[in-house]
Design a protein around this ligand. Structure first.
Ligand SMILES: Cc1cc2nc3c(=O)[nH]c(=O)nc-3n(C[C@H](O)[C@H](O)[C@H](O)COP(=O)(O)OP(=O)(O)OC[C@H]3O[C@@H](n4cnc5c(N)ncnc54)[C@H](O)[C@@H]3O)c2cc1C
Length: 405
């Protein structure tokens, strides 16, 4: 039985592990964090990703975790509502698309793989060395092990990618010096499946509480061209957010005061990852490590789920022969990824650069119900997202199983 190592236990890693163990491979997942990370935003599962989740028999579980948002209110510094949007319009969801918390999706994938795969937490790959026709992997904390294939599903700052392809700077595409942070806060405003947006030029504060949650989440997005960003230095990141948001008014100072005690603080830059190839020898990349689409796409988790399905299917179809499997995986995924990465480029529209633009945006939202053009604009946006989310024809790998069993 071929042995496969996956680095990263978030969305891409456990989804890949599910499919590989389904096909009979021996799977180990290594995760740097001491336990499963449950933080993060609410995310959408759309189109082809929903098809994959249904094939895994997990759709009911995922649907049970729907966040049930009813909509968003845009407020001023006194908390007065200036405009509102219904939930489905913000997410542009259609048909069986589901909105749930990133942490809930990760937990569902973990719970459905931890009895069939070997999870190792609190460790990281150190080196990967060719070892005959296999790979010898050394770890920071464990004894070395030998694998047939290694998959880097360790996110936008992937360590496996840096070992196989070189430093991150060569693959990073900056989308204009935008950053975001998210963490849990007490639900002091007693929000019930509702979200609030409070914005000023170059800064957004978004606060919401979802169905079944006792707390709330706060998301800060900001533009900061001069910020020398290091993704490992949390204290620098927190200082920067405080400096940028402290004078903003409304509930912001109180929300900032909760930041230091939050257990799930997550910070990153809004950027994309672009590589000419997603594999090198027996090593391949998956999810954000290969093609991070940026927060603005709303498609990071869906792309990871679809990629996991295709990569596992191609490895199985080629009976573990990476020279056949990896190029087929890339050929099947590349057009889908390019369409979805295009959705993630429009960060500037997300964060208005001046108060004047912000006021125009709010006026447009207020006038929407009365503008004959607005339905057309929304329909066009919906079609664009739908086309990208469904922009791949998934092969059915199940009939191949009977050939090999
Ligand atoms: C805690 C958390 C919160 C997030 N919140 C948001 C959000 O609010 N908005 C948003 O747009 N995206 C967020 N993301 C990113 C989002 O999950 C991804 O864009 C998408 O789901 C694709 O997932 P992925 O599995 O490819 O990568 P990721 O979700 O980034 O997961 C990578 C995993 O690899 C692990 N890892 C990193 N380095 C190593 C290493 N050296 N060895 C072993 N493991 C390693 C990480 O701990 C993580 O579990 C978040 C990710 C995490 C981990």
């Amino acid at each position: 039985m071929k042995k496969i190592l996956i680095s990263g236990a978030s969305i891409a890693g456990p989804a890949l592990a599910w499919w590989l163990s389904h096909y009979g491979f021996d799977v180990t997942i290594i995760e740097r964090s001491p336990e499963l990370r449950t933080g993060g935003y609410k995310i959408d599962l759309r189109g082809a990703a929903v098809e994959v989740i249904k094939k895994m028999g997990l759709y009911e579980k995922v649907r049970d975790e729907q966040v049930g948002m009813t909509g968003a209110d845009f407020v001023n510094n006194k908390g007065k509502k200036l405009a509102q949007l219904p939930a489905n319009l913000i997410g542009l969801r259609q048909n069986d698309d589901v909105e749930l918390m990133r942490g809930d999706l990760s937990r569902i994938l973990y719970e459905n793989t931890n009895s069939t795969c070997n999870y190792i937490f609190n460790d990281s790959v150190d080196t990967i060395i060719e070892h005959g026709d296999r790979l010898k992997v050394t770890f920071k904390n464990h004894e070395p092990l030998v694998f047939d294939l290694v998959i880097g599903a360790d996110g936008i700052h992937s360590h496996v990618r840096s070992l196989a392809f070189g430093p991150e700077s060569a693959f990073r595409r900056n989308l204009g010096d935008y950053f975001f942070a998210i963490y849990s806060v007490p639900n002091d405003l007693r929000l019930d499946c509702r979200e609030l947006f409070y914005a000023k030029a170059g800064r957004i504060c978004n606060l919401y509480s979802t169905r079944n949650s006792t707390d709330a989440k706060v998301l800060f997005i900001f533009h900061s061209p001069e910020f020398q960003y290091n993704y490992r230095e949390q204290s620098l990141q927190k200082d920067r957010i405080k400096a940028i948001f402290l004078d903003m008014g409304w509930e912001v100072p109180r929300l900032l005061a909760y930041m230091d005690q939050a257990q799930d603080f997550y910070f990153d830059t809004v950027q994309q990852v672009h590589l000419a190839n997603w594999s090198s020898g027996r090593i391949a990349l998956l999810g954000d490590a290969a093609w991070a689409p940026s927060l603005a796409s709303g498609q990071g988790s869906s792309m990871a789920i679809v990629g996991a399905y295709v990569l596992a299917g191609e490895i199985f179809k080629a009976q573990g022969n990476h020279q056949i499997a990896y190029p087929s995986y890339e050929a099947a995924m590349r057009p889908f990824i390019e369409k979805n990465q295009l959705l993630g480029r429009h960060v500037k529209q997300l964060v208005p650069s001046s108060n004047w633009r912000l006021n125009v945006q709010l006026m447009m939202i207020r006038l929407m119900p009365y503008m004959p053009m607005s339905n057309l604009i929304i329909k066009k946006m919906q079609e664009e997202v739908n086309a990208a989310a469904n922009g791949i024809r998934l092969l059915d790998y199940e009939p191949i199983i009977s050939q090999y069993r």
